[in-house]
Design a protein around this ligand. Structure first.
Ligand SMILES: Nc1ncnc2c1ncn2[C@@H]1O[C@H](COP(=O)(O)OP(=O)(O)O)[C@@H](O)[C@H]1O
Ligand SMILES: [Mg+2]
Length: 390
């Protein structure tokens, strides 16, 4: 799947980057963006690529200082620590900011940003807060700071992550107040439901921040892809590739893998390229769906019932309510299961744990459950798995 990955093989989206940068940097009093902007799109559709290749340059070009954090880089790590580490790394590049911070928290002597004291020694919890770090950075650089948090929904899976978000809210409020130079937070996520939890209730740090669907790669990407695909004996036609790309969930890698499959077919004649490409993409789509269906078919009747009801309910899923317990039972009966007439809370709990272990479901820290990948629901619907009873 490496065909599309190197930097010169990226399709750039400068217009989108410019527009988004303007919204993010907008400091007009009517703008809601000081709370942060949330961008959501399914996995593998190009969010990270866009942030790194297009948005960061656009923001930097407009004079902002960008701090990028990927909460998926180490899924086992505490999201709060990952955020702090990224801010520290940026701080380390600005010696006067380190000095300022050291003075603020009362560390005396030593070399600035040198061996004797470094930002690592001034860790959060040892006197310096995330707010202090941002203030030092802001007042030193006199730049607006944009914190990009990729896959931000991970912050809502642990209480440490939730604490980090509150610390960020405090930093944002402080930096956006008068003597400093501003802080904007841009979050991305692969799951709209998960991301929505970070901004939907009053006790959330980013309450009311706009949630914007991140636009999928468009037909201009398809044109670029067809024009730049080398090593095939014949051309690919954009008007044929475009609908396939949509069916493949707008994931560039599905196209890249199909090209790879053709590249080593030395018998391939020019007039067969498009047809074989179409088959290869269909195979990709089929394989991905089959993987998922196999996992679903391996569930016990109870787990399957819980999963189907969860998929059919979306954000309204209330796993332990009496009405939901009845729905599980209806689904089990309609699937022809005779054994488990009575569904208990403990059955539901065990099922939810199993679904998480299989990577099908996801649990927010506060006991809210959701389907891990929203595309799963489409596949289930198309294969008739969400029928009556759900
Ligand atoms: N603009 C683009 N041009 C070319 N390939 C892309 C582009 N965006 C994404 N890709 C390809 O798709 C893959 C997934 O993109 P990524 O940015 O990691 O998605 P996400 O962050 O949404 O999960 C990348 O590895 C890359 O190969
Ligand atoms: Mg990503």
């Amino acid at each position: 799947m490496g065909t599309l990955q190197t930097a010169d093989r990226i399709f750039h989206r400068p217009d989108l980057a410019e527009r988004l940068a303007r919204v993010v940097l907008d400091d007009s009093p009517t703008s809601a963006s000081p709370s942060g902007v949330f961008l959501s799109a399914p996995r593998r559709t190009g969010k990270t690529t866009f942030l790194r290749q297009d948005l960061i340059p656009a923001l930097t070009g407009a004079g902002a200082l960008v701090v990028y954090v990927d909460l998926w880089s180490d899924r086992a790590a505490d999201p709060g620590k990952v955020i702090v580490a990224a801010v520290k790394a940026t701080l380390s590049a600005h010696a006067p900011a380190v000095k300022r911070l050291a003075e603020k928290v009362g560390i005396k002597g030593g070399k600035v940003a040198g061996i004797e004291f470094s930002v690592d020694k001034i860790g959060v919890g040892d006197g310096a807060t995330l707010v202090d770090m941002f203030v030092a950075l802001s007042d030193t650089t006199k730049q607006l700071i944009v914190l990009l948090i990729d896959e931000a929904q991970h912050a809502s899976t642990s209480s440490a992550g939730a604490d980090a978000l509150f610390a960020l809210k405090a930093a944002r409020d402080e930096l956006n107040s008068n003597p400093h130079f501003g802080l904007r937070v841009v979050c991305t996520g692969s799951n709209q439901d998960k991301l929505a939890m970070l901004r939907s209730s009053k006790d959330q740090a980013f309450f009311g921040a706009p949630l914007v669907p991140f636009p999928a790669l468009g037909n201009d990407f398809i044109d670029w892809f067809c024009a730049n695909t080398k090593g095939l004996p014949g051309p690919l036609l954009p008007q044929t590739v475009a609908p396939l790309f949509r069916r493949a969930g707008n994931r560039p890698e599905m196209l890249g893998a199909a090209v790879d499959a053709l590249r080593f077919d030395f018998e391939l004649s020019a007039d067969r390229v498009q047809a074989r490409f179409n088959e290869a993409v269909e195979t990709q789509i089929h394989d991905v769906n089959q993987d998922l269906l196999r996992t679903i078919h391996s569930l016990t009747p109870i787990q399957a019932a819980v999963f189907k009801v969860m998929a059919a309910s979306g954000t309204d899923f209330a796993p332990f309510e009496a009405a939901t317990l009845e729905r599980y039972q209806r689904v089990m009966r309609s699937s022809g299961d005779k054994e488990h007439r009575q569904m208990q809370i403990t059955n539901v709990q065990q099922s939810l744990t199993a679904l998480q272990e299989k990577g099908l479901a996801w649990r927010a820290a506060r006991g809210v459950y959701a389907i891990d990948d929203p595309l799963t629901v489409d596949v289930m619907r198309r294969h008739g798995l969400l029928t009556e009873g759900c």
